[in-house]
Design a protein around this ligand. Structure first.
Ligand code: SAH
Ligand code: SF4
Length: 309
């Protein structure tokens, strides 16, 4: 059954043709499959495609397909909406509706794989929702993606706003996934303004959980840093960030802000981004910069929004 579900991607138990007819009938009655339906898709000029998927209860989520010459990556959601309420994020506006089930998380990968007509190689849990606030379902989905769909743990990235106790729990599980922590500010005062929820998780403690994660799993932690013009993008912030990360096995992923209608935040100039990057590098921090894709269809991570027009 796992082969039919996860390798063949059947849409109904009727399609599991090597099972006895009586069993298929029984399964159809008691364990009917529910798969999402892609009700809208918008393709960017660079090939990035954003899908609006309708779930079995009529709620909608978004998932993004990112085809590259050497791999196929998908950015998927873990919740319908999000309760964290970051000031800059489009998903925050609709509030939280519900957690996705493990099946709904996996379904996104299978559905986008069908659309791409190619095997998905990389999965980023960076769409709508906070994965560590839906940890049991997300863990179950990750294990099935690894065991049954065949996606290597090292090619799965989980992005979190930084729920410290859940990061400690993840470290205990010692999985080989990449942990990406959305930092966005080098001190508590500024971070609380951007992520009011972060008040519950002071940076000191969060950093110690990240250090523990890196030491236990021997995997470098990625710190995502959204650059917002005039808010957190000065060389002074970069220096403070370098000090904060000095003793952690990590790298920083700089993300220029994608402007969201109705929010006061702006994207920094190219020069501000380069200056920020230089300070980090001069202080021995490894930096990558997110390649901006799918901007014309608002498919950038964090721009996904329920009932998007
Ligand atoms: N809840 C998780 C994962 C989903 S958000 C988290 O916060 O990490 C994925 C990433 O997109 C986060 O780093 C988030 O801060 C970022 N993001 C949110 N809104 C954005 C925007 N408008 N432009 C660029 N990145 C954004
Ligand atoms: Fe939720 Fe992440 Fe958006 Fe914050 S950035 S509101 S945690 S989805």
């Amino acid at each position: 059954m796992a082969h039919w579900l996860y390798r063949k991607g059947v849409k109904s138990t009727e399609q599991m043709t090597n099972l006895p007819a009586s069993l298929r009938e029984e399964l159809t009655k008691t364990a009917a499959l529910t798969r999402s339906e892609a009700i809208r898709e918008s393709k960017s000029s660079d090939g990035t495609t954003k899908f609006l998927l309708r779930l079995s209860d009529g709620e909608t989520i978004e998932s993004v397909l990112l085809p590259y010459p050497d791999r196929v990556s998908v950015c998927i959601s873990t919740q319908v909406g999000c309760s964290v309420g970051c000031a800059f994020c489009a998903t925050a506006d609709g509030g939280f509706l519900r957690n996705l089930t493990p099946g709904e998380v996996i379904d996104q990968v299978l559905t986008l794989q069908e659309k791409a007509e190619a095997r998905v190689s990389h999965v980023v849990l960076m769409g709508m929702g906070e994965p560590l606030l839906n940890l049991p379902n997300v863990l179950k989905a990750i294990h099935i993606l690894n065991d049954e769909v065949g996606i290597s743990m090292r090619r799965i990235t989980l992005s979190t706003v930084g729920i410290t106790p859940a990061i400690r729990k993840l470290a205990e599980l010692d999985m080989q996934i990449t942990l990406a922590v959305s930092l966005h500010a080098p001190n508590d005062e500024l971070r609380k303004k951007l992520i009011p929820y972060a008040a519950k998780f002071p940076l000191n403690d969060l950093m110690s959980a990240c250090r523990n994660y890196a030491n236990t799993t021997k995997r470098r932690v990625t710190f995502e840093y959204l650059l917002i013009a005039g808010v957190n993008d000065s060389p002074h912030h970069a220096l403070e960030l370098s000090k904060l990360l000095a003793r952690i096995m990590c790298h920083v992923n700089l993300i220029p802000y994608n402007e969201v209608a109705g929010k006061p935040f702006k994207k920094p100039s190219r020069k501000a981004i380069e200056d920020f990057r230089r300070v980090l590098e001069q202080n021995g921090i490894e930096v990558t910069q997110r390649i901006e894709r799918g901007e014309d269809v608002s498919a950038a991570c964090g721009q996904l929004k329920r009932r998007n027009a």
